[in-house]
Every structure is written in structure tokens, then in C-alpha cells.
Design a protein around this ligand. Structure first.
Ligand code: DX5
Ligand code: ZN
Length: 222
């Protein structure tokens, strides 16, 4: 049985109390803090930048999993690394040189994540797996929390799981968008080992964070 990590997306947190919220989900047992960075250009929403990552870092007792939904990417890698990102995940759709971007993230001392939008084929991984520590499958079109899981991505998750297992590399397979008690089990069964969950983690307030995280983690045990 594969161990499952839970990465709450702080896009669904109370932005007026982000430090407290980050501390609360870490205390509630999450494995990563998923930080959704959006620029209003690559995706139709604007969220936070490196200064906010720097501000929340002292409150995080677990790694910051920074998801860059921005274009261009390369200009900002060092700023997010210096702000405290542990994983920097980018979209190969965001620029012409994803191999160079992955090299730059490695050189900045961070783990490299590659995020695939729903319409992006897995062939984009063909010449990048040796530079990749995490593959993030978008199960929604990026830009907003609270959307519905796109079931067609389950086949993609399974295909990527096969690619990762065949590579023999310790690459994490993360799924992001519309993950809840129902879809978590499907994603895990398809091959995911890290689940991003915003709405499903933060629903009900901080008294429920530990229970919500445990529910998602156990979804794959049934
Ligand atoms: C969407 C983000 C996701 C989103 C997940 O662009 O990348 O991380 O915040 O939110 P939920 O879990 O509510 O779908
Ligand atoms: Zn995300």
C-alpha cells in the first residue's frame, strides 16, 4: 500500500490570517503546504508572490510546495527559492524552454515539480523526467479552488504512474483540483501519492482540519 501525502492548498485558507492557517494545517498533520501562485496572465486569477511565501515560511512546520501558475517562470525562480520554497512546480506550457527552467529550479536548491494542465499530453515529460522530482496532474483547469474534478485525468494519472515506475526514479505523483472524500480514492487508485486539497481541507474551519486531512489520507485505504 503506497503511503499518501496531503498537501492543503492555502488558496482556500483565510488570507487575512495566512500565518495562523499555515501553522494550523501543519499542526493538523499535513505533509506539504501547497502554495498557489497565480499571475492573472497564465491563469485568470491573481494570488500571492514571493513576499507572502517569505512571510508564511516561519509558520510552516512542513515543506512549502509552491505551484507557479505564472508565465514567464525563469525570472522568479530565485525569488521563490530565497523566500523558502522547498518544491517549485511550474507549467511547461508557460514557456519555450522547460528543460532550462527545470535546471534553474535545481540550481536554486529546490525540488522540481512539473504540472500538466488537463489538455497537456504526458509526452511533455519525455525529456524532462531525469530533472523531475514531482509530477503534478491538474484535475481542474487552473485558476480557482472549489471546481469539480475532471474524471478524464484518471487515465493520465495511471499512465504517468506507469512511466514513473518504469523510470525507477523516486518521483512523486501529485493530483490537484477537486480532490475530496470521493475523488481522493479514485486518484489514489489511479496511482497518485500526493493529494492537493483546498476546499476539502479548510471546510468547517480549523477545528476540522485534522479530521479533513485524515479523511483524505484514508480514502485510498478502502
Ligand atoms: C487551482 C489550484 C489548486 C486549487 C485546489 O488552480 O492549483 O491547487 O487551489 O483547490 P480545490 O481543492 O478546492 O479544488
Ligand atoms: Zn495548485
Amino acid at each position: 500500500m503506497r503511503s499518501v501525502k496531503i498537501a492543503p492548498s492555502i488558496l482556500s485558507a483565510d488570507f487575512a490570517r495566512l500565518g495562523e492557517e499555515v501553522a494550523a494545517i501543519c499542526a493538523a498533520g499535513c505533509d506539504y503546504v501547497h502554495v498557489d501562485v497565480m499571475d492573472g496572465h497564465f491563469v485568470p486569477n491573481i494570488t500571492i508572490g514571493p513576499d507572502v511565501v517569505k512571510a508564511i515560511k516561519p509558520h510552516a512546520q512542513c515543506p512549502l510546495d509552491v505551484h507557479l501558475m505564472i508565465a514567464p517562470v525563469d525570472l522568479y525562480i530565485d525569488a521563490f527559492a530565497e523566500a523558502g520554497a522547498d518544491i517549485i512546480t511550474f507549467h511547461p506550457e508557460a514557456g519555450p524552454h522547460p528543460h532550462r527552467t527545470a535546471q534553474a529550479i535545481r540550481n536554486a536548491g529546490c525540488r522540481v515539480g512539473l504540472s500538466l494542465n488537463p489538455a497537456t499530453p504526458i509526452s511533455v515529460l519525455d525529456h524532462l523526467l531525469d530533472l523531475t522530482d514531482l509530477v503534478l496532474v491538474m484535475s481542474v483547469n487552473p485558476g480557482f479552488g472549489g471546481q469539480s474534478f475532471i474524471p478524464s485525468q484518471l487515465d493520465k494519472i495511471s499512465a504517468i504512474r506507469e512511466r514513473i515506475d518504469a523510470s525507477g526514479r523516486a518521483i512523486e505523483l501529485e493530483v490537484d483540483g477537486g480532490v475530496n472524500r470521493e475523488t481522493a480514492g479514485q486518484a489514489i487508485a489511479a496511482g497518485a501519492d500526493v493529494l492537493v486539497a483546498g476546499t476539502a481541507t479548510f471546510k468547517g474551519g480549523s477545528a476540522h482540519y485534522a479530521e479533513n486531512i485524515a479523511t483524505l489520507r484514508e480514502a485510498g485505504q478502502t
